[in-house]
Design a protein around this ligand. Sequence first.
Ligand code: FAD
Length: 464
Amino acid sequence: MATYDVIVIGSGPGGYVCAIRCAQLGLRTACVEGRETLGGTCLNVGCIPSKALLHATEQLHEAQENFAKMGLKGAAPSVDWKRMQSYKQDVVEQNTKGVEFLFKKNKVDWLKGWAEIPEAGRVKVGEEVHEARNVVIATGSEASALPFAEVDNDGGVIVDSEGALRLPRIPKAMAVIGGGVIGLELSSVYARLGAEVTVLEYAAGITPGMDAEVARQFQKIMAKQGISFVTGAAVEAVERKGRKATVRWKLRKDGGEGEAQVDAVLVATGRRPFTEGLGLDALGVEMTDRGQVKVRDHWDTNVPGLYAIGDCIEGPMLAHKAEDEGMAVAEAIAKGHGHVNYRVIPNVIYTAPEVAAVGLTEEQAKDGGREVKVGKFAFMGNGRARANFAAEGFVKIVADAETDRILGAHIVGPMAGDLIHEIAVAMEFGAAAEDLARTCHAHPTYSEAVREAALACGDGAIHA
Ligand code: FAD
């Protein structure tokens, strides 16, 4: 029996980051992973492969829409779906192998197999039982199911996000159930590849929880790109017949019925925490009523020496939130304290244009009883964005009306996922909108739009 200071269960962004940081802090560490490769959902079937397909199809779109406008002539590119899939798989492999290399470099043992926790301080992998003073559960999440839609990812007709990343062929028509981040990113991929995509969303608008103005603008832009939206739609049946499927829904407002015949149905109705097979019930681990492991201030559970992080606990299901918790719990174990600022966790949708947010929406700030001021700037007034055919969208900064402190920011526009971090850093330092407005920004960059939005919180933007 091997003895460790820490055993981390799961090697997603929460688990592998935690294991590396534990080892760097001098703890003898192992990480258990049941998959064939390290990196969890994110690297294998989530963030990374989806971004590879988004990148490839965005390039295609750029070539089809904008090359000729810039005087770039020649044969239009055609799509080799098999080759695009292997490019995606190469990217995945580089990343998962990268984690394997980092484990070796930092002397983290990879225990291959599915873990159980037979008793506190012990982890069973296959027939072997290992001892650890601390055990961190980082087992992630899985796609939620719909009782009437039988997902068969290998079949390639009714799929969840995992199947949608490897459809056997590009569908002519596709229905996407759920207008959240994952549904919209994959809608974007297939719409650019020529599929007729219909997004069916139960709520009144897409991306529920997002700043309302940004969500409306984003939906308009996606619709202009050819994606159809049916909002307020309760999907009631999904039936497969051979290589086709029929989706039926009822409109919530008036009971009106709708139906679509498609080649692929993506069920993207969210994700749920995954802790199966660990034996948490028998251990008496407290869970939330949503099936998450219940943790306290230092990600510790009610069982001494047992911690949990990432998608299997409360909070946004995001890779970087899991990573931050991974580092923080390592510090908590090694040094007695760790820290994550849950008020400053960016959220990004990697469509074109991108959508990004950090902190409070205007609605949340007002509902919380704050007086706010809002500074907005449209990318139409940004020279770089106009040159790059990327002038759709805007930056919106929400600041406290009295103190000018930045409470949140919301961007729909080019490179929004990168731009948002300037504001996240400012928020971490407790900056006022004026601090951003008085910071010199290089010209011509998209980031000037952020500065202009900050200026709009004060005496006004220049180029509006
Ligand atoms: P996971 O990444 O789910 O990893 C958990 C690992 O634990 C898995 O590898 C699993 O095999 C292993 N495991 C489970 N049980 C056991 C056991 N008993 N024994 C051994 N191993 C076990 N987030 C972003 O921030 N940005 C994005 O762009 C983004 N895009 C996404 C796109 C898609 C299509 C999907 C599905 C998700 C996306 N996400 C994105 C979400 C992101 O993938 C998750 O938030 C993140 O992976 C959570 O990390 P984690 O470490 O908690 O768990």
